[in-house]
Design a protein around this ligand. Structure first.
Ligand SMILES: O=C(O)CCC(=O)C(=O)O
Ligand SMILES: [Mn+2]
Length: 223
């Protein structure tokens, strides 16, 4: 069963939160449409600087398949996947060097978004940067490699649009299909922290800021 949310206009029936800047999609899930819009050019420039030091790469799943989404990280810890499994580590496995520092603008945006969604004092120690070229997708999964599930996930969308899928705590239940566009920020935590989620195959297109690609920043508190 799939429920479509094509429009988040005021008549969508969703509860407005954060003084009208957010829409509640679940008891611990808040969409903040366009929250990152003003900062987006700076965020994309920072992604470019990070990728010059820690280039995007298609990591291997534990089963040995290359992921369609290319990834890099910034911050004290980075999420990695290879034949040994999923984990966070302080060094880029490709270079052996620490991940690039998290730009101040990244941390500030993540903390502000979490606070607007009702999660005070969120200080991320990891930012996974996903790069989706047209055709790339991320299958339904939970974010569960972090130590403390009382800390939310903050996800920032930049560039080409995506159809985000949001399920419950099982893969098989009803799914919400949520269009995420440039500048949107989605926060999930509390009772929704372990919701399954994924991204459908990105459609071809050109975005004025990112070209033929979508970036997603996922802020986590890993430790
Ligand atoms: O790209 C997205 O919107 C979601 C990414 C995600 O779920 C992840 O990196 O774990
Ligand atoms: Mn995820």
């Amino acid at each position: 069963m799939q429920q479509d949310l094509f429009s988040l206009a005021d008549d969508s029936g969703l509860e407005a939160v954060a003084g009208g800047r957010g829409r509640r999609l679940g008891s611990g899930t808040v969409l903040l449409p366009g929250l990152a819009l003003a900062e987006a050019p700076n965020l994309v420039a920072e992604i470019g600087s990070i990728a010059r030091v820690a280039p995007f790469r298609n990591m291997l799943t534990p089963g040995g398949q290359a992921m369609s989404v290319a990834m890099t990280n910034c911050g004290p810890l980075g999420w990695v996947s290879d034949r040994a499994g999923y984990r966070y580590q302080a060094n880029d496995p490709d270079s052996g060097q620490p991940w690039p520092a998290m730009p101040a603008a990244f941390g500030q945006l993540a903390s502000a978004a979490a606070a607007l969604a009702g999660f005070a004092d969120f200080v991320p120690d990891a930012c996974l940067i996903n790069r989706y070229l047209p055709g790339a997708r991320m299958s339904l999964h939970q974010d569960r490699d972090e130590r403390d599930f009382s800390q939310p996930i903050v996800s920032v969308s930049l560039g080409l649009s995506a159809n985000f899928q949001l399920a419950g705590e099982t893969r098989s239940g009803p799914r919400l299909r949520l269009p995420l566009v440039h500048g949107d920020v989605l926060v999930w935590g509390g009772p929704d922290r372990l919701r399954f989620h994924g991204v459908q195959s990105i459609a071809a297109g050109e975005h004025p800021l990112t070209g033929a690609c979508r970036y997603n920043l996922t802020f986590r508190r890993a430790t």
